[in-house]
Design a protein around this ligand. Structure first.
Ligand code: FEO
Length: 392
């Protein structure tokens, strides 16, 4: 027992989740501030649990629930999302709450949960369905591919609470449950990082979800990760509208790896050239910054320059990993080019350019290929091209 306590977030509604202080990698997403797996317990005629937690946090979840009621008394479990950070303790909770029905989307939620946890007492729901749990109603709004096929949010009109699961969340471990009890800049950065690393490919679905939520009156957004929004609801909704719009800013990101400093010199020159043109540019030696942070900067920046020297006829593996990640995330409306130095073959620069194209980016400058060490004349030419030679 860890002396874990529930936190009452509204009258008879409790946060009963778990805090993952030490998690630093969430399936490849580097999570410098840990995370939380938020679950919520509603005491009403039908006692309702919204989501569970990662399996290794089952005891923490059950301890928090037990501080409020006997978990065997849970009548309804809402499974917003099959991914195991939220559903991981479902079978264990269901084994205690033997009569509970498990609400999930049809067919994807039922299929996904059955594959992971076997036959349980599932009650499938679809868009527009709602249930009464006593004094309160729960309305279900499927949000398919935000970010799994089964994803769903739940709205309680009597309390004006949106239980939003992954949407509007952050990987952010904190002892304080609400947005206004934490540093706003930090949580907005982590929310942006979460959007960039998890939801970026699903902008259309995010726009559809925002439309489906429409004019709902919302007093609390009870997320699946990080803080509960109560003071800055308008701000996080506005952020989601902007992030999912495909809008990009007049900013550049330069990402590179280097073997013997030549590609590094090119990266410095390109960064300074963007700045001379009046376009703020961020400079990332890929060895020095986590990929997830670089991606957070890229997704709203219109321009991307990627550099790699050639090694064994290939690009550097660090850059290959980065481009593989970017290709999956599919940032919208980006303009890019490739650069790099080489000793003899020089294949890496073309390979980088191919990957940028495959990621859907418009190539705005012929690849910059420099043999050995760039001369001052070559650096001046690159600067001139970026300042005057290409139309952005
Ligand atoms: Fe937080 Fe998609 O799980």
């Amino acid at each position: 027992m860890n002396n874990c306590k529930a936190v009452e977030i509204a009258k008879n509604i409790y946060w009963v989740g778990a805090i993952d202080w030490s998690m630093r990698n969430f399936h490849g997403y580097e999570t410098a501030r840990g995370s939380s797996y938020n679950a919520y317990l509603i005491l009403d005629k039908k006692i309702t649990l919204i989501d569970t937690a990662k399996i290794n946090f089952k005891d923490e979840l059950l301890e928090r629930i037990s501080g409020v009621i006997d978990p065997a008394k849970i009548d309804v479990i809402v499974s917003s999302h099959v991914e195991p950070d939220h559903s991981g303790s479902l079978r264990e909770v269901a084994a205690i709450a033997k009569n509970a029905e498990i609400i999930t989307t049809n067919p994807n939620g039922v299929k996904g949960l059955t594959a992971r946890y076997g036959e349980l007492n599932y009650k499938p729901v679809k868009a527009g369905d709602s249930i009464s749990i006593g004094a309160r109603t729960l309305q279900f709004v499927p949000t398919p591919m935000l970010h799994w096929p089964d994803s769903m949010v739940t709205y309680c009109p009597e309390e004006k609470i949106l239980f939003s699961n992954d949407a509007f969340g952050e990987h952010f471990a904190t002892s304080m449950r609400f947005d206004d009890e934490n540093d706003l800049d930090t949580i907005l950065f982590e929310a942006k990082k979460y959007y960039a690393n998890i939801l970026m490919p699903f902008g259309k679905q995010a726009q559809a979800a925002l439309k489906a939520l429409g004019d709902l009156e919302i007093n609390l957004i009870a997320t699946g990760h990080g803080v509960i929004w109560r003071k800055n609801i308008g701000k996080i909704l506005d952020c989601y509208k902007k992030w999912s719009s495909g809008e990009v800013e007049e900013r550049a990101v330069v990402v590179f790896d280097s073997m013997w400093h030549s590609t590094e010199i090119l990266a410095q020159t390109i960064t300074e050239a963007f700045a001379k043109r009046g376009i703020p540019a961020a400079y990332y030696d890929i060895k020095a910054t986590p990929l997830s942070d670089i991606v957070t900067d890229i997704f709203m920046s219109k321009y991307l320059a990627v550099g790699s020297p050639t090694i064994n006829n290939q690009m550097m593996p660090t850059i290959a990993k980065f481009l593989c990640y970017i290709k999956g995330l599919r940032p919208l409306n980006h303009k890019a080019f490739a650069f790099g130095s080489y000793g003899w073959g020089g294949q890496s620069i073309g390979l980088v350019e191919d990957e940028l194209k495959a990621a859907g980016m418009e190539i705005i400058l012929d690849k910059i290929r420099i043999a050995n060490v760039p001369t001052k004349t070559q650096l001046d030419e690159i600067t001139e091209k970026i300042i005057n030679g290409i139309s952005f």
